[in-house]
Structure formats: C-alpha cells, structure tokens
Design a protein around this ligand. Sequence first.
Ligand code: FEO
Length: 383
Amino acid sequence: MFITDDIKYVGVNDHDIDLFEGQYDVPNGMAYNSYLICDEHTAVMDSVDARFAGQWLDNIRTALAGKSPDYLVVQHMEPDHSGSIHIFMEAFPCAKVVSSAKAFAMMAQFFGTDFVQRRVVVGEGDTLSLGSHTLTFVTAPMVHWPEVIVTYDSKDKVLFSADGFGKFGALDAQEDWACEARRYYIGIVGKYGSAVQTLLNKAAGLDIQTICPLHGPVLKENLGYYFNLYNIWSSYAVEEEGVVIAYTSIYGNTKKAVELLARQLEDKGVKVTVNDLARCDIHEAVEDAFRYSKLVLATTTYNGDVFPYMNTFLHHLTGRNYSNRTVAFMENGSWAPTAAKVMRAKLECCKNLTFADTTVRILSALNAESTAQLAALADELAR
Ligand code: FEO
C-alpha cells in the first residue's frame, strides 16, 4: 500500500489479541503500523509486536525488492512497536537504528544491548537526510512514554505521529474513527494531556498533509477534524453536552433509581448514557465520562467504602486527570449510607469539578423522599 509515491505501508494487523496492553478489549483487533520511506537511503519507521516479526520482515523485503534498509527509526519503545527491533537488526546487519537517548537506554533493558556500534542518537530538531527526503525529529515526551519522538518528512509533508492519532482496531475493521480513537486516547494517553498540548503546539508550526500513526488508519483528509478532537481531549474540555450515569447495583434498587433518573432526563431533552459498571466495558464508561459534560455516580456503601466496580471506575478517572465537569451523587445503604461522601472525597484531587447541590440518598429502596430527590436532581442537571 502506497501512502505517497515514496512511502509504503509495511505494518501488520493483529486479530489474535484479546486484551491490548493487558486491559483494553479490542474486538476488532489492533494494527501495528510501520512505514518504509524509499529514497537514495531507505528508512523503516518503527517495528511491530514480536509475534508478527516474520510477517513484518516479509513486508519490508517485498517493498524493498532486493534492496537492504539503511535505517530503522524507533519512535517509541513500548513493545507493541519495539518488540521486533532486535530481529530486524539481525536480519539486516548493515542497518542502523535511529532513536532518542532514552529509547537506547530502554533497548539495553529490553534486549541487553543498545546497538552501540550501529546507533544514531537524535534529539529535538535533529535531521536525517535520506536523499530527497529529510526527516526532522521532534521530541514528544509522555506521548505516551518519556522516550517518544515523532518525525516530520518535509518533502511529502507527512507527520509520523507515534501513538498520537492512533486508535484501537485492525486496519480492515469498518468502524467509526472517533469512537475507538477516543477510547484509545483517554485510556492510554489520557493522563498526559499537557504533553499532548505541547506536541500539538509544535505540530501547528508544520505544514502537515498526512498523519501516519502507529495504530489505526493513515489520515489524509480533513486533518482539522482530528486536530480539533485531540485539542479537546488533551485539554480535558467537554466534547459534548450530556449526562453519563455510571452505577453499580446489587439487588436492583439502585438500578431502578438510575433508570428513573435517565427517563426523567430524557423527557427533558437531555442526552443520557447509562453504564452498569459491573457489566459494561469499563474503558467505554471512562471514555463516556471524559466525553460528556455531566456525570452521575450511583453506588452502594460497601465495607465502609463504595462498591468495588465504582472504586475501580473512580481510580480510572482520577488517574487520568478527570476535570472540568459537573458531578452528582446517588448513594444507597440500608443502615449507614456514606457512599456519596466517600466518592466526593475520592474526587477531591480533581481540578475544576462542580458538585451538584442535590444528592440522592436511597435507604434500601426508593421511597417518596428519595424519589423527590431524583426529580430535583433531574431538574438541576437539565438546567
Ligand atoms: Fe502503541 Fe504506547 O504504544
């Protein structure tokens, strides 16, 4: 597959994987992208997961048609991209590896060697000439690891963006970009919004016509759409007005209250998304919390804390700098309900949260008082 006249796709699709990074469901698999730049000198951009090393090397050999690659550019050392570096270096003994100093330190950790005789260390603004193509390296620490660089090819105006602008799903999956790119971004890079903002500012100074990420499709059209979403996500801004209700329910009483609240909100024209944290993909629920403007947390008091799935959910939110939203609480307990207080305390570290005036307190099951609180909360959230 040609990206431009000189740049070819040599990556692989992974339909064998169950959990990406050991925790994310990827029902449509995953792509590990790699690109070959053909010029006077040839450069391969990143490797792939080690399970696909053979297929990747075949792709490179086919694309090179008898030539040997001169460089392997390593932008990121997470094993989904770095897992085949040492296999490449054995297969092509004349090739050099180009990467950041921090990445070479990680190569020593992963492979027991940092290829000292065959390495080219690059940093911010360094360039590598391949002939007519000049690659400029831009450091992007914490997008998503500290060693990350991205690479700009000024001839074809291509940004090789490492994990940036990636998504879950193999390249043969027919699915919406934003849905799986958002879940990927919030889950994997979400904590590092300020690092992404720094990179976006650097990218604003470049004339970019094509983005070649390490996961997901190559982006060529309407790039402003993708940059705008990345700006929203990395600044923790609200993407859409709406209420997300994230709940746990043991015997169905909290669930009944959640369903009533959802109906009341919908009757008022509010967009509502409901997630049962014990049963949904929790990373979809986290994605929803970051997407919409308001969040209702409903759970039971449990062992003096909150129900475990809610605990996990809150941990995912705070770990990713959840902020700039309105949050409301619903608690249920049969003798000493404290879940609202506990949840609020867990969110104290979050910046710029507005807590709703109304808290719904259910004592075992809905009664007239808690039903009135639900109605008041629906009014407040719909305002
Ligand atoms: Fe796709 Fe952070 O590795």
